[in-house]
Design a protein around this ligand. Structure first.
Ligand code: HEC
Ligand code: HEC
Ligand code: HEC
Ligand code: HEC
Ligand code: HEC
Ligand code: HEC
Length: 207
């Protein structure tokens, strides 16, 4: 990062700051109406690293694949870092309405209520679901899997062999321990030990 020195300059998109006349200087409304399919290639022409990263990604954000850069970025000056139209989570929840509804109705997991980019990347990822890293180390950044309470809750099963997502919802839940709203029967019956054992066996089989 950082060919820009000051905060003000940073938010002045370089090519425009230099006064070049580029197709990208067409107001957003016009881009939407006139050259919508050219927007991706236009942006990629100066941001080739982003395009090059797409084929190798395990998950790819649909609006990025569709070249809809201006759904999230202003091609001109923007007040926000990264020329963004809004900050996360609002930026994301504009499109992810089901999740917005769920997080509004249920107890929201604190990091999800604050910033989707704490766990996700916006364009393309080597992980599933645009995750910024594998799930165990990600959750482990805030929840110490070596702690006594964690061990007790998970009957001392090694966090590395559990898929947290099998039992917990990372965004919101009706349950204060963020259990998924649909849980499989032995677990729903309160026999956590059985559920955890079988989940961890599953995990070992998968490895
Ligand atoms: C003529 C070349 C050119 C075109 C076309 C172009 N960009 Fe850029 N863009 C740049 C340069 C140069 C920078 C500054 C790079 C830096 O700061 O490292 C930049 C920076 C950015 C940044 C980062 C800004 C920040 O504050 O970190 C974003 C986001 C961005 N461009 C999005 C776009 C989008 C979306 C399009 C298409 C609508 C686009 N660019 C088209 C040259 C271009
Ligand atoms: C779903 C929203 C979204 C879409 C669509 C999107 N971006 Fe971004 N982009 C972001 C966010 C959010 C960031 C800031 C990431 C951060 O701060 O970690 C970003 C950052 C960037 C940056 C700064 C460098 C970097 O990679 O972090 C560039 C350049 C960029 N985007 C270009 C593009 C281009 C070109 C497209 C279209 C092909 C595009 N973006 C589509 C959300 C989006
Ligand atoms: C312009 C609309 C739009 C915006 C803005 C947007 N998304 Fe998406 N997102 C989509 C669409 C469309 C899909 C694919 C269908 C679906 O899963 O809903 C998707 C899928 C995803 C997926 C699942 C990807 C996968 O491979 O399973 C994640 C994670 C995601 N978005 C996170 C985010 C985050 C984080 C932001 C904010 C930085 C964001 N989205 C902003 C439209 C958007
Ligand atoms: C604490 C980490 C975390 C935060 C913060 C977070 N997510 Fe996720 N998200 C995940 C995980 C984990 C998955 C599932 C990945 C998997 O199944 O492999 C996921 C999956 C998704 C999906 C794919 C559909 C699904 O539910 O599986 C979407 C869309 C999504 N997240 C959007 C968002 C948006 C929008 C925000 C911000 C409001 C957000 N996420 C915040 C961890 C997080
Ligand atoms: C950025 C830090 C952060 C990350 C990353 C994170 N969490 Fe959390 N989590 C929190 C906070 C803060 C709380 C609220 C704690 C409280 O209310 O006492 C919480 C609460 C929880 C709870 C309820 C715990 C309790 O004691 O009531 C569970 C379960 C949970 N998170 C699971 C996860 C999972 C699974 C992941 C990975 C997908 C994850 N968390 C990632 C910060 C994080
Ligand atoms: C098979 C189901 C299952 C899996 C997989 C699972 N958990 Fe849990 N988790 C539970 C149960 C059961 C509890 C205890 C709930 C209670 O005390 O009511 C719990 C509790 C928690 C708590 C709260 C601990 C406390 O101190 O009260 C956190 C945080 C948590 N889990 C995070 C994770 C993370 C991170 C992962 C992945 C490494 C994970 N869980 C995997 C079932 C699971």
């Amino acid at each position: 990062m950082g060919s820009h020195e000051s905060r003000d300059e940073r938010h002045n998109h370089n090519p425009f700051a230099e006064g070049n006349v580029l197709p990208a200087t067409i107001p957003t409304e016009h881009i939407k109406g006139m050259i919508v399919n050219k927007q991706g290639p236009l942006c990629f022409s100066c941001h080739p690293d982003l395009e090059k990263g797409i084929p190798g990604g395990k998950s790819k954000h649909q609006p990025v694949l569709a070249g809809e850069c201006t759904n999230c970025h202003s091609p001109h000056k923007a007040k926000l870092k990264g020329l963004l139209l809004a900050t996360s989570p609002d930026l994301c929840l504009n499109c992810h309405k089901d999740l917005k509804t769920k997080m509004g109705k249920e107890k929201a997991h604190q990091p999800a209520a604050r910033d989707c980019l704490r766990c996700h990347v916006p364009h393309v990822s080597p992980q599933a679901a645009l995750m910024s890293q594998a799930i165990q180390p990600l959750c482990g950044e805030c929840h110490d899997s070596k702690s006594a309470t964690f061990g007790k809750a998970h009957i001392s099963i090694d966090a590395a062999v559990m898929n947290c997502r099998n039992c917990h919802d990372p965004h919101a839940s009706k349950n204060p321990k963020f259990f998924k709203n649909v849980i499989h029967p032995p677990f729903a019956g309160g026999r956590a030990r059985t559920a955890i054992s079988s989940a961890s066996k599953d995990a070992r089989h998968r490895v």
